[in-house]
Design a protein around this ligand. Sequence first.
Ligand SMILES: Nc1ncnc2c1ncn2[C@@H]1O[C@H](COP(=O)(O)OP(=O)(O)O)[C@@H](O)[C@H]1O
Ligand SMILES: [Mg+2]
Length: 338
Amino acid sequence: MLNSLSILDEVAKKLKIDSKEIKFRKDLVGTSTAKVSEISWGKSKIGILKQNTTKVEWLVYSKIATKHKIPTPKIIAISKSSDVPWILLEKIPKSIHPKDWTKENIEAALREIAKLHSKFYNKTDSKEFDNIPVVNEIEWKTIKSNLISNINKALKIAEHYEGKTPLTKTDLEIVKKDLNSKDFIKKFLSSGQTLIHGGTWTYNFLQTSSKIYLLDWQECVIAPPAWDFLHFYDLLPFHVEGFRVKLNELPFTFNELLKIYIDEMKKNKINIKLADFKKSLRAAVSIQIAHLWSPLLKPDVIYLKGGRYYISRTLRLWPSRKAVRQHFSDLLEIRKLK
Ligand SMILES: Nc1ncnc2c1ncn2[C@@H]1O[C@H](COP(=O)(O)OP(=O)(O)O)[C@@H](O)[C@H]1O
Ligand SMILES: [Mg+2]
């Protein structure tokens, strides 16, 4: 990696050791372009070094996490400026793999999201949130134009591979119409605004028998909490196993999860009207599809043994097209939520 050397020097300086003392033990698999590795130094010190992370994640760790007791792993060291952002975190010992999560683990994770939302609910105008991207009426024009551009690109692909993509042309057109509809942003904002994590899928949680940690703040943004909730629900069935992706059945219904979330918000003294939250959730579906899924709709060409090219379904690693299409169709049903 380009800046590895200088980063290691910086890390070493912060740890008051020689950079030669730092040993790379192994790389950890994430979903971003950041490089996450387990490193060791001294006699038996171990940490997780995330190099080349985003400015936003750096901001959260350097300015917000400790002060507001966000449930992240402890920060051992962090780069001074955000030019080449890196963070060194305590290593969380053996956690429960998402595929082994029980109902209790799912519920605990969702409550953790609600706790985060309640902490900053409609309280995000202080200086410490400067430079964290915001979804609001002022920014909407720019945000919308990016989302529509994602949809248009995806539409081209869906048209080209007519009938072969899990997000169909019809799905994408529904979303596009939604985003262009009058008062769309008002509806989306009706669940208020808070610091949302932005990547609340199970693999960004670490749960041990006694604690729960929320990792990976790269996508964090000031936005309606309904978006995080929807992201959590949307990604909950997905499981990654090496190069395979599986979609599992959920042990909760949508409404059960909604109840858990609203209940935890109440416990933390935030009362969001259910009707407002639902209004925001309906809009969040289109945001989610345009923001997250549409850019993933690209034909990847995988070279197979027999010398044949094969156009994969959406991601490199999809399960069956039928299963994913059902997932999207269920997701789009939330737009009709009463
Ligand atoms: N402090 C930590 N302790 C233990 N494992 C960690 C820690 N930080 C990250 N990991 C592991 O590394 C993976 C990638 O880290 P993450 O911050 O999510 O990177 P990415 O942004 O690339 O997804 C996580 O899913 C988790 O399994
Ligand atoms: Mg991650």
